[in-house]
Design a protein around this ligand. Sequence first.
Ligand code: GLY
Length: 416
Amino acid sequence: MNILVLGSGAREHSMVYALARSPSVHQIIACPGNVGMSSTGICKRVPFRDNSELVRLCKDTVALAVVGSSKFVEDGTVDALVLAGIPVIGPAEDAGRIETSKAFAAKFMARHHIPSPRTHIVVNAAEIEAAFGSDPKIRVVKCDGFSHGAGVVVAETLEEAKAAAVKFLKRHGAPLILQERLEGVECSYTILTDGQQWVSFSSCRDYKRADDGEVGPTTGGMGAVSPSPDLTPELDRKIIESIVEPVVCGMKDDNLLYRGFLSIQLMLTPLGPRVLEFNARLGDPETQSILTRFRGDLAGLLKDCAMGCLTSVGSEVAFGRHAAVSVVVAREGYPDNEAEEPVVRGFERVRDSLVFFSNCRRSDDSEDYRFKSGRLISVTAVGETLDEARDKCYKDIARLELGNVKYRRDIGLIDQ
Ligand code: GLY
């Protein structure tokens, strides 16, 4: 079959890599894709212009579309493909609000008794004042929609949180989501669901802060290890009972058809797992770690899911006991003031890892890659143990020729 992959980042590059290993795949069309994907012989790139052109391109040629970035959920691309009869891995716009609207997600969790931080949804200055008056533990302020990382503040003090709420109301408008700050370890838990059944797509620990020791500004993600070293079998059971099952049933009860990956961002607190947020897609760089561990027929499984016939239920599918580590190499200064053009060369020297490229191109007169984004590449290695995977990954990074870049040295260190 021919498969469409929507997106242009390292996440989508790792999807192309994993799908290309499925026996049933003839060709992969990456839209818009990136030049790094060309190394996968069966991948062709096409530009993304608009939904109607995409539907014309796919109709009668593509057996399955797989959404990487949630931009394609929010802007109606999934709906347009489904309407044209193309099976899609990715939720329609209404079910995708579980990611694209934080207020929707908070109300969904309250309605279906899904454990989450104490939350207030406010729409004006008087309600902000009243919420802080009744709940002095509020420290987290979120705007409702996408704001490219600028829409969340985790404050140290009540005054800082209040000031952020007032600023956000002016800048992003209503509603705002105000929450208590939870203490614990973060864990990301991914499932694949066809709206009725679901399978676990394993877990990750991701590293969101820019600098070693999980300090510095929040980024799109500087690394990920899979499975999460913090997830015990008992916690796994609790997450399934108290979160996964209620989410899948809740979608059905609310008449929302959710087909695709759902990544659940959790805080593992002393009182049990609590949902911080949902992503209606696989995470980046979590995907790079998860999919390199996957050992089955990914294309077949995704096709079954998109057709509403997922048969393996509940338990984790086709993941060995291996661990994977992904380290993101970003521009120097990322995510704030990014420095001059980075140098990333020497890929032929990489021995034991896979290199997945972010949005990049190559000019006619040079072998060098030119990157459009702050995050440049994800170097991913798999090992029998986390230590082995980590060792392979960092040794391969040391073999690259790198200039004007930064990366964390502590991805996968257990005591972080
Ligand atoms: N790594 C976080 C995300 O993909 O949103």
